[in-house]
Design a protein around this ligand. Structure first.
Ligand SMILES: Nc1ncnc2c1ncn2[C@@H]1O[C@H](COP(=O)(O)OP(=O)(O)O)[C@@H](O)[C@H]1O
Ligand SMILES: [Mg+2]
Length: 559
């Protein structure tokens, strides 16, 4: 569900590669044993299998046989090393590729989610999913692969050990098995709890950071910053605690296993000495176990570590799954013509069960200039959001030249609209980047839009199109920011221009000038202005007034 078919295939391929590595490793390590056996007891060469090999290859002296054997083994281990590096490269590029594709898909889902869902989310949380949770998710895959390859190592080695000596191997496995089982039982629960805590602490940290930097002026004005600092350091303290617990528990299996490991190794040696008193004979056996355990303990402790990570990071998996299966809007590009009028028919809309718009009816003729007034909180922005296709009406609909807006044509409809909100968010970049935000860069068009918005001359005294605005336009005045917002709306060549109290934060003088300019440039444009002040709307022929969710026609005399 989360992984694409291609990623799944790659995953299976990687598991297969791990399996080959495991086989190479098993063969490599266990072929050292006959080597040691012959080296320590050359008489062995005259027995069965070795004799045949020795004769077939036409050797005349035992040392030359041993040298060749040793060289072959060396080559084998060099190959294994190269293969491991290659495998590790493939694994890492897979894991980080998954991070890339998951964060991309999360981002894509987020930018396509319904606005009403977005309004109920916290952007810090979305940022956290895209950066941190996607990373946790890809590491889960990595640890899963580690887990599988270590299991394979264990199984292969275990089979060989069983073939070498059943009794000793069984004793060993019972001792190890019990400890491993106990270790997993104890750590799983703790890891899971810490993983859940980790996610909720991360969420709070991201939130505190965005709140703080988003309110910098306010924070500057505070008598002291103790409270904010305390909030931040409390949360980092908790994060520190979960991470400390996690990393400590990560090392516990390794430590315990090493202790148990050496104890059980000694046990096996004692067993062999007790069983066979001939030291030349037991040396190969002991070397089998030493070699095998030398490789098995790290594998076993990595299995426990991976298991811990899988449990700890599973919260990332839950979140990625939830977010990727979240609701998105499928919208199409069907064309819609606007030549006559926009008609709002019987529109109802509520927020959280509270009716905001009650049976709204309204006609906006093409090219007309209309005003919407009403008290703050009366539903003006909500109505405009429905007209521009950001919210969907619960009942009723919007008709353009008698064709209803649906998911099929909503994209084309939105493209005809230039929207200037009350507060414009400018990102940290140049004026030009801010104007063409989300669209292709066209220098001439940007200049044209800036000229129309009456800000081009001011910019020419600075660095022109490349003037930096600072985060959220911190380097500009309110009026300048607003003009760039207007240029941004005009850059889209809108047929309809919507100003949602776009100038009410400015002083009367500047507001008048900007509104005057907007009227002058929108001869053929349909204009919808939401405003507070009388002056702003004096050139609008049609005025609607909101009252308790009900919209009525009004006149200049009433206002
Ligand atoms: N996303 C939302 N969730 C819940 N209530 C909302 C949401 N957005 C706006 N509201 C509420 O809807 C009402 C109308 O808001 P709005 O249309 O922004 O008013 P206006 O633009 O006229 O000042 C307000 O009471 C506001 O609290
Ligand atoms: Mg509003």
């Amino acid at each position: 569900m989360i992984l694409t078919a291609k990623d799944k295939k790659k995953l299976i391929g990687l598991v297969f590669l791990s399996f080959i590595i495991t086989l190479i490793e098993t063969i490599g390590i266990f072929s050292i044993v006959p080597f040691i056996a012959i080296a320590s007891n050359p008489a062995l060469i005259s027995t069965g299998f070795y004799m045949k090999l020795y004769n077939i290859l036409g050797f005349t002296s035992i040392p030359s046989f041993l040298i060749l054997f040793g060289l072959i083994l060396t080559g084998f281990f060099i190959l294994r090393g190269i293969y491991s590096i290659l495998h590790s490269y493939l694994l890492n590029s897979y894991v980080f590729g998954i991070f890339r594709s998951i964060s991309r898909r999360l981002f894509q889902n987020y930018i396509n989610m319904p606005y009403s869902d977005f309004a109920n989310r916290n952007s810090a949380d979305l940022i956290k999913s895209i950066t941190s949770e996607a990373m946790y998710f890809s590491f889960i895959l990595q640890y899963l692969l580690f887990f599988l390859s270590d299991i394979m190592i264990l199984v292969c080695f275990y089979i060989v050990l069983l073939l070498v000596n059943i009794k000793a191997t069984l004793i060993l496995s019972v001792v190890l098995g019990v400890k491993v089982f106990a270790l997993t039982k104890i750590t799983s629960k703790i890891m899971k709890d810490e993983g859940v805590k980790r996610e909720s602490f991360d969420k709070r940290l991201y939130k505190i950071l965005t709140e703080t930097f988003g309110n910098f002026k306010f924070i500057k004005m505070l008598p002291d910053k103790k409270n904010i600092l305390k909030k931040m350091s409390d949360i980092t303290e908790q994060i520190t605690r979960t991470q400390t617990t996690y990393y400590t528990f990560m090392t516990i299996p390794k430590n315990i296993l090493e202790t148990i490991g050496f104890a059980s190794l000694l046990l096996v040696i004692v067993f062999f000495i007790y069983k066979y008193s001939d030291s030349a004979f037991i040396l190969p056996f002991i070397s089998v176990y030493v070699m095998a355990l030398y490789r098995m303990f790290p594998a076993l402790s990595r299995i426990l570590g991976s298991h811990n990570y899988l449990v700890f990071g599973s919260r990332g998996l839950d979140i990625v799954f939830k977010e990727l299966t979240g609701k998105i809007e499928v919208e199409n590009n069907e064309k819609i013509e606007f030549t006559k009028k926009i008609e709002i028919r019987n529109v109802n809309f509520s927020f959280e069960g509270r009716e905001i718009l009650k049976n709204i009816n309204m006609i906006i003729e093409k090219g007309s200039k209309i005003a919407i007034i009403g008290e703050s909180g009366s539903g003006k922005t909500t109505l405009v959001d429905i007209i521009i296709g950001i919210y969907k009406p619960e009942e009723g609909n919007i008709f353009i030249d008698d064709i209803a807006i649906t998911n099929e044509n909503i994209k084309d409809w939105r493209q005809k609209i230039g929207y200037i909100p009350q507060s414009i968010y400018l990102f940290d970049g140049t004026v030009a980047e801010n104007v063409c935000f989300g669209l292709d860069y066209d220098e001439q068009k940007i200049i044209k839009a800036l000229k129309k918005a009456n800000i081009y001359d001011f910019l020419r005294q600075k660095e022109g199109l490349n003037t930096l605005v600072g985060e959220n336009g911190i380097k500009l005045s309110g009026g300048q920011k607003q003009r760039i917002g207007i240029a941004r709306a005009l850059y889209r060549d809108p047929e309809i221009l919507v100003l949602d109290e776009a100038t009410s934060a400015l002083d009367g003088e500047i507001e008048n000038r900007i509104i005057e300019e907007v009227f002058n440039l929108s001869e053929n444009i349909t204009l919808v202005i939401i405003a507070h002040r009388k002056n702003t709307i004096k050139r609008c022929k049609i005025i609607y007034e909101f009252n308790n969710g009900i919209l009525n026609l009004s006149t200049h005399q009433d206002v």
